[in-house]
Write a protein that binds this ligand. Structure first.
Ligand SMILES: [Fe+2]
Length: 189
């Protein structure tokens, strides 16, 4: 359990700081998971378009790693205790591990699109809740959300068909709705 802040930033009370830190901790876990997943895909993607996708993922990993640091340091700034340890990540995340190992480019990109869908949707939800108690933390997540949406567009641009629609089959390459992998809705909702 995170410790209760002993002090926090000016203009924010301790209870609000603890609440904001808990919301940010949820996003920290998500971003650490995403950063590890991006490298996993970087290493395991194969097939036509390999180099482009392999190299596209390193800047995304670097960007997400910077987000991890910023969110963790915001938690600390609020007087909270950021926890990015692997055991805590596995114990508290609300989704299953990334489903693919060594696999073709379209399989990974469809699955990564789904990953971004979850991360970005939760970021927006948490940012909206933070608006009520700590606009500075909200602003941090809004900035990150814009970058994450940009990264998702990079992925989606590979999945756009000639009629302009998005190919969003399941990760195994079959069509139809994606299987529900997220264990629950956002914990903070
Ligand atoms: Fe590499």
């Amino acid at each position: 359990m995170p410790t209760t802040p002993k002090y926090t930033v000016p203009g924010l009370d301790i209870a609000a700081a603890a609440e904001a830190a808990a919301m940010l901790q949820d996003r920290l876990v998500s971003l650490v998971d995403l950063s590890l997943t991006l490298k996993h895909i970087h290493w395991n993607v194969v097939g036509p378009m390999f180099v482009g996708v392999h190299e596209m993922l390193d800047p995304q990993h670097a960007g997400v790693s910077a987000m991890v640091d910023a969110v963790a340091e915001r938690i600390a700034t609020l007087g909270g205790e950021p926890n990015g340890l692997p055991g805590n990540l596995v114990a508290t995340r609300r989704w299953n591990d990334y489903s693919q190992g060594r696999a073709q480019v379209p399989v990974h990109l469809r699955e990564l699109d789904r990953v971004y869908e979850g991360v970005i949707g939760d970021h927006r939800q948490v940012a909206a809740k933070l608006a009520e108690i700590d606009p500075v933390s909200e602003d941090l997540l809004i900035g990150h959300t814009g970058d994450l949406e940009l990264y998702q567009w990079f992925v989606r641009a590979h999945l756009e068909s000639t009629d302009g629609s998005l190919e969003r089959g399941s990760a195994d390459g079959s069509s139809g709705p994606a299987p529900a992998e997220r264990r629950t809705a956002a914990a903070t909702s």
